[in-house]
Design a binder for this molecule. Structure first.
Ligand SMILES: C[S@@+](CC[C@H](N)C(=O)[O-])C[C@H]1O[C@@H](n2cnc3c(N)ncnc32)[C@H](O)[C@@H]1O
Length: 367
């Protein structure tokens, strides 16, 4: 029966039911829930969360009131994915440290493996893939650093794409998106979107906002505590260090920004000295760090976002997070494709049992 055949009041009920229609998602490597905010904004309902850092969990739980615990380590769940509830969409900002330029050079310097061979972190992609293989969600969104594409001469990314498209059979599009359309920060991140069934969604076709984005002045707090001003000692140290690197022809990340600027990328190490984004306090004055609330705004979090943890933890959490309006933008554009796929009858696809794990093969080959 079509809607037109119903009496007017029944049509209202039907459209109310439609308006309430929702989809479910799971939030892996959830951090403080940046991806979740994006998918809740299009009507998604989170049914499972995994985050092993207790401070991030504290922030997550202060901001999202679920009737269930936030789970810790995801790896045991990849071994027993049936313990994860059914879901339509899988979200995962799997750890970027094994692939980030800073993470790779540190590991190289220490003679340690990185990427997929870095056992504790790099292989988490395969745990995510294993969960996709078992549950076959309608769609997924994965997020990582831009450097994921070029890591190990492109081999890492090629492996990821092979698993997602060839082994799992998803229709995948990927795009590096920079955040300055929405927030006064340049933060380039790769977004990998997959649909289980053929879909016309292509992240490369999305039209990014054209108007100029906001500048730093729009997110600064007034009457900032003097504890955020650098000590004269640290300020001198940073300037000397920057001068030394400039003489050697290297760049060093000590940058002071004014209200009309757009900042560099906020990193998880911001708590150390804040040198990558310092706020000018006027000519001849020592600059200050951003406050945690300003970091929240720089990442596009609303002021209602609760920050129950220490400044150090808050800086780490925001530096690890996603720019919320960028995720909302992607989610809004995925919305009709998700709902169309969820509405369509789910084909009886047998789950794929195991994805290939080069990390384990390598370990097995070497005994
Ligand atoms: C890049 S951050 C993702 C941040 C998140 N997208 C957000 O909006 O805040 C990666 C997160 O994965 C978590 N993590 C790393 N290994 C994990 C594991 N084995 N199980 C669960 N969480 C893990 C880290 O604690 C970190 O919070």
């Amino acid at each position: 029966m079509t809607d037109c055949a119903l009496p007017a009041n029944s049509r209202i009920v039907v459209s109310m039911l439609r308006a309430e229609k929702s989809f479910t998602f799971i939030d892996l490597f959830a951090g403080i829930g940046g991806l979740r905010r994006g998918f809740e904004s299009i009507g998604g309902r989170c049914v499972f969360t995994s985050e092993w850092d207790r401070f991030s969990r504290e922030t997550y739980e202060a901001n999202f009131h679920d009737n269930r615990e936030v789970e810790g380590d995801i790896r045991p769940f990849a071994e027993t994915p049936e313990l994860i509830p059914e879901h339509d969409v899988l979200l995962a900002g799997f750890p970027c440290q094994p692939f980030s330029i800073a993470g790779v050079s540190k590991k190289n310097a220490l003679g340690r493996p990185h990427g997929f061979l870095c056992d504790t972190q790099g292989t988490l992609f395969f745990d995510t893939a294993q969960i996709i293989a078992h549950h076959r969600p309608t769609a997924f969104l994965l997020e990582n650093v831009k450097n994921l594409e070029s890591h190990d001469g492109g081999k890492t990314f090629a492996t990821i794409m092979h698993v997602l498209t060839q082994e799992l059979g998803y229709h995948v599009s990927t795009r590096v998106i920079s955040s300055e359309h929405w927030v006064p920060q340049r933060r380039k991140r790769i977004f990998i979107v997959g649909f289980r069934d053929k879909s016309s969604f292509d992240i490369n076709k999305l039209k990014l906002p054209e108007d100029e984005g906001p500048t730093l002045g729009s997110i600064l707090e007034h009457d900032v505590d003097s504890k955020y001003t650098l000590t004269p000692h640290l300020w001198k140290y940073l300037q000397d260090y920057a001068a030394k690197h400039a003489r050697a022809g290297n760049g060093f990340g000590c940058s002071v920004f004014g209200p009309d600027d757009v900042t560099r990328t906020l990193s998880a190490r911001y708590y150390k000295d804040g040198s990558e984004i310092l706020v000018s306090q006027g000519e001849g004055k020592i600059p200050r760090r951003l406050t945690p609330r300003e970091c929240a705004r720089l990442m596009g979090y609303p002021d209602s976002h609760k920050i129950p943890v220490s400044d150090t933890q808050a800086y780490r959490q925001f530096g690890n997070s996603v720019v919320v309006p960028a995720v909302k933008f992607i989610a809004r554009n995925m919305k009709r494709h998700i709902y169309a796929a969820v509405d369509a009858e789910r084909p009886e696809a047998a789950p794929i049992r195991k994805v290939t794990r080069p990390d384990r093969q390598a370990a097995e080959a070497h005994g």
